[in-house]
Design a protein around this ligand. Structure first.
Ligand code: 5GP
Length: 120
């Protein structure tokens, strides 16, 4: 069984936190260290460590994550101007918390994707 992450503690209320969205499959809350005016994390309630661990039975939760991203983007008033959805995977992807999550970033022009070590 996967270790209990900070995100599981947020979803289950062990860490007091304001959930922007919660249903039987997915939860969403603001990132503690926002990288944009709007920075929300959308996570499956099931503690799937990363995309590498997604199983066919997880597809409803993964699909729901996109529906929640669309809803929250509209709620936050950033849908029309656009936004960025990011899912980091593992060490090279820059994933810090081993509980699958989608970053919803917006409220400004997000610019080019950054890469380390490509000489730029
Ligand atoms: P990753 O690098 O794993 O894709 O992103 C993890 C994100 O989780 C980071 O943006 C970080 O700021 C956020 N984060 C880490 N710990 C907490 C926490 O305790 N609460 C919240 N709301 N966000 C967190």
């Amino acid at each position: 069984m996967a270790e209990e992450t900070v995100f599981t503690k947020i979803i289950t209320g062990k860490i007091p936190s304001k959930l922007l969205y919660h249903d039987d499959l997915v939860s969403a809350f603001r990132d503690i260290s926002p990288k944009a005016p709007v920075h929300i994390l959308i996570v499956p309630n099931k503690p799937i460590p990363s995309v590498n661990d997604v199983a066919p039975e997880d597809e409803p939760a993964i699909g729901r994550m996109f529906s929640v991203a669309r809803k929250l983007a509209a709620d936050e008033g950033i849908a029309a101007d656009g936004y960025r959805l990011i899912v980091n995977v593992g060490k090279n992807g820059g994933q810090e918390v081993p509980h699958l999550h989608m970053h919803l970033l917006g409220g400004q022009v997000m610019g080019a994707l950054g890469f380390r070590g490509n000489g730029e």
